[in-house]
Design a binder for this molecule. Structure first.
Ligand code: PLP
Length: 434
């Protein structure tokens, strides 16, 4: 090549959630059974969709209309349906034109940060869902700007510190809330969400609420959607069907834009999002057509509750067992389908290991770890994979100083899940005392 063409900013982040999969693939070839608790795809983890749901999609597949482009904003009948659902919640009122469809929220995330002026920053909760933090950091060509979720305080943020950050950094123009949160499974209490709105109001910011897990809550928790608490502050709610239906392969998510009429700069930005989408023509048509039919199906609510009950059970089994393990700090998950577990300060060191039966597996993992600046939690996660087949994600890969791991609660089989938790618990004790 005449020039070095790959843009590699210093902050470019390896996507650990997927990077570890390569190692797992190699271990499987060595005959090791793996339990892939690393990725938030319910379908890949064996969740079966009900027949009524698949019939909706099958019927749509018979309709030629499903194969065409959709309007840039998305199918009008679907946007009308979604606007009505939001308006029925009784908060901010929107019209179908305030909704904009994307090819999954991954696509929306790229546009949201990509359209911001480089000097403008959005603060992101940490541990941070990597797609948000990487996109924000790429747009700014700076490391992500984060506010801490505190594992000693149920993974909740200290809103006084958030306020102080905003006061001291005039570049900050937006605040991101992920509710329920990935990777921690924390559900934002209404009072804290209202404080986030107040901070945005006081300092003229816009809010982004990633609400892709909005209906996935349990342990008696409720989520307050942004639309109910935002009042007249400019904001964006991010919604999708990847997790709730669940249909991650649909690549279908949407933005609801709140209060664009209240601020000219925000209105220009919202218009920019629409124009950016126009360059691409539109988003996936068939999944959009399915949304009103799936979400209003008489069995949809029961289906959601059945899934939530399963995640609740998993969350509590994991919490009860891992909480007993010395050296771990565990918070009960109340939403989404992840749990983030932290090693106590000073519990990890560079000489810890796990016994790995297979010499090839040990060599594979040790050579993968033989690099400069490997984080201590990555060492744990890689050894765990080789020794037990359980695949987690190091917590430090989510832009946080905490060392730990994130696991999913998606395993379908009760016994396999309990064995997985038991393997993690025993391996942790062995690793920390090695
Ligand atoms: C918080 C959050 N937002 C967005 C996404 C991406 O969703 P989509 O499948 O719509 O791209 C995910 C996927 O894991 C997520 O956890």
């Amino acid at each position: 090549m005449r020039n070095d063409i790959l843009y590699t900013p210093a902050h470019m982040i390896t996507y650990e959630i997927r990077a570890i999969v390569e190692i797992a693939d190699k271990l499987r070839k060595l005959g090791i059974t793996t339990h892939m608790e690393n990725i938030g795809d319910p379908i890949a983890r064996g969740e079966r969709l009900p027949v009524w749901l698949k019939s909706i999609v099958a019927d749509l597949a018979q309709d030629d209309k499903s194969y065409g482009y959709s309007p840039t904003r998305g199918m009008l009948e679907t946007r009308e349906f979604l606007a009505r659902l939001t308006n029925e919640k009784g908060g901010v009122q929107i019209s179908p034109d305030d909704i904009l469809f994307f090819n999954g929220l991954g696509d929306a995330i790229q546009k949201i940060y990509g359209l911001l002026r480089p000097k403008v920053r959005v603060i992101i909760s940490s541990p941070a869902y990597t797609t948000h933090s990487a996109a924000e950091s790429s747009h700014a060509e700076q490391p992500p700007l984060t506010y801490a979720l505190d594992p000693s305080y149920g993974w909740l943020p200290d809103m006084d510190r958030v306020r102080a950050m905003v006061e001291n950094d005039s570049r900050i123009s937006g605040l991101l809330v992920i509710n329920p949160d990935n990777p921690t499974g924390m559900v934002w209490p209404e009072a804290l969400l209202r404080e986030a709105v107040e901070i945005a109001r006081e300092h003229d910011l816009f809010l982004i609420a990633d609400e892709v897990y909005q209906s996935i809550v349990y342990n008696g928790m409720e989520t307050q959607p942004l639309c109910r608490v935002i009042g007249d502050v400019p904001g964006i709610s991010m919604r999708g069907i990847s997790k709730e239906v669940p249909w991650p392969g649909s690549r279908c998510g949407w933005l609801e834009i709140y209060n664009a009429d209240k601020d000219p700069a925000f209105a220009r930005y919202a218009h920019g999002l629409l124009q950016a989408k126009m360059q691409e023509v539109c988003s996936t048509t068939l999944p959009q057509l399915s949304i009103p039919r799936i979400l209003s199906h008489p069995e949809y609510e029961a289906w959601l509750q059945e899934r939530n009950a399963r995640y609740e059970k998993r969350a509590n089994v994991a919490y009860e067992r891992l909480e007993e393990v010395r050296g771990l700090r565990v918070v009960r998950t109340n939403g989404a389908f992840y749990m983030s577990v932290v090693f106590e300060e000073g519990a990890l060191n560079e000489s810890q290991k796990l016994h790995v039966d297979s010499p090839e597996a040990r060599r594979l993992v040790e050579s993968a770890l033989d690099q400069p600046n490997v984080s201590l939690d990555k060492r744990f996660v890689y050894y765990l994979l080789a020794a037990t087949g359980v695949c987690l994600v190091p917590l430090s890969s989510f832009s946080t100083p905490h060392q730990g791991f994130r696991m999913t609660l998606l395993q379908q089989d009760d016994d396999v899940f309990e064995q997985t938790i038991e393997s993690i618990a025993k391996a942790t004790t062995e690793f920390l005392s090695s």
